[in-house]
Design a protein around this ligand. Structure first.
Ligand SMILES: Cc1cc2nc3c(=O)[nH]c(=O)nc-3n(C[C@H](O)[C@H](O)[C@H](O)COP(=O)(O)OP(=O)(O)OC[C@H]3O[C@@H](n4cnc5c(N)ncnc54)[C@H](O)[C@@H]3O)c2cc1C
Length: 349
């Protein structure tokens, strides 16, 4: 066993997006709160609310003003009813149209802009998910705002904290844009709870913008295991697994014995051992589970960017000098083909 302290991982820098105007400085906090209103973009898939997108509601609430939710798609009533129960939402704006089912940015962005203008929102908040990263930049461009991406904290209504350089520096940025367009890191803002809310549901405007892009088909990896982005435990495999067959043979039983989601390094994904959707890291998903177990992963900086905020990091690697051990709370130096099946058996027992 090899234990190692977690490294202090960030340096501070404070670039400024733009100088803030001073017009709000003389408002009382209560008056300021009255002026603030945020639209939290909720995601849905096939008539089910994506609870991961409720991080946007939590972040929007931290701004201090009123918070409305927005959701669009076909047969949206059940999603709207579920969204209305989300704690902290005053209103849910709904657009019922199959044109928005797949979240194509070409028509979803103008849809959002129409509703943002109608509602006079000061902040638009979405998850830093595939959907948010796809749609929000277009929204920002149409509103002539500079998007503030992947924030991890809110200092006040115009000052936000976000990691840069794969998490090696933390930038505190200030925006003077009239409408602040923000995506939030899911691991930094827990999803708002569903249950206690009683928001009004209201029809939004539908500009029915023609999209030159047509959704044709999708090929989705399905799994009964917990969702990687929100799982409490994640076991991730790397290039050390050597092949897809070995990856599945070693990692899946380990995941099942722990009730964990499966993740992978980019090298494992690029080598075809694991599906793209399982990639953890700078260009994959950012996760912060209670337990992250890295198997046959060296710990490249781009991988660490996606998991270094996990509560407990464990690693199994045959190389005692692998960088993963510098961030691991607990490590095991050994051959994964021997150690992981042994561990899986012990966990099952
Ligand atoms: C712009 C950019 C973005 C990137 N984004 C990402 C990203 O999002 N996510 C990501 O993961 N990477 C990303 N990368 C790639 C990253 O730099 C690394 O190449 C990658 O993370 C390496 O994956 P790995 O650790 O699985 O493979 P390797 O670095 O090859 O490490 C394999 C490890 O397995 C160990 N091993 C081998 N055999 C065994 C065995 N039998 N038992 C135990 N241990 C064994 C080795 O000791 C080694 O430490 C990005 C790179 C760039 C340039």
């Amino acid at each position: 066993m090899l234990g190692a302290g977690r490294r202090a991982f960030s340096a501070l820098s404070r670039p400024t997006l733009r100088n803030a105007t001073t017009s709000t400085l003389f408002q009382s906090p209560a008056a300021l709160r009255r002026l603030l209103s945020a639209l939290a973009i909720l995601e849905q898939r096939e008539g089910k609310l994506n609870t991961g997108s409720l991080s946007a509601v939590t972040a929007a609430q931290k701004l201090g003003g009123s918070v409305h939710g927005f959701v669009a798609g076909s047969s949206i009533k059940s999603v709207a009813d579920e969204a209305a129960k989300v704690e902290g939402l005053e209103k849910v704006i709904v657009v019922d149209s199959a044109a928005y089912d797949k979240g194509l940015p070409e028509n979803y962005a103008p849809l959002l802009v129409e509703n943002i203008k109608k509602g006079g929102y000061t902040h638009v908040v979405a998850g830093n998910t595939a959907f948010g990263k796809n749609v929000l930049p277009r929204v920002a461009a149409l509103l002539d705002s500079q998007q503030i991406s992947d924030i991890t904290a809110i200092e006040d209504d115009k000052t936000f904290v976000r990691p840069i350089y794969a998490g090696n520096a933390i930038a505190t940025v200030e925006s003077s844009d009239a409408v602040k367009v923000i995506t939030v890191r899911g691991t930094a803002f827990p999803a708002a709870a569903i249950g206690g809310g009683s928001a009004a549901v209201e029809d939004g405007v539908d500009p029915k913008v023609e999209s030159q892009t047509e959704w044709v088909s999708e090929d989705l990896a399905t799994s009964d295991r917990p969702d990687l982005a929100t799982a409490g435990k994640v076991v991730s495999g790397g290039r050390g697994l050597k092949s897809k067959e070995e990856f599945d043979k070693i990692m899946n039983p380990l995941a099942d014995s722990l009730g964990a989601a499966v993740g992978a390094s980019r090298a494992a994904v690029d080598s075809g051992y694991a599906d793209n959707s399982l990639q953890v890291g700078q260009t994959g998903k950012v996760v912060a589970p209670q337990l992250y177990l890295a198997v046959g992963i060296s710990g490249a900086i781009q991988h660490l960017a996606g998991m270094k905020d996990s509560k407990v990091i464990a690693a199994i690697n045959k190389d005692a000098d692998a960088p993963i051990f510098q961030v691991a709370d607990v490590g095991l130096v050994g051959d994964l083909f021997e150690k992981v099946p042994e561990l899986t058996e012990k966990l099952k027992a």
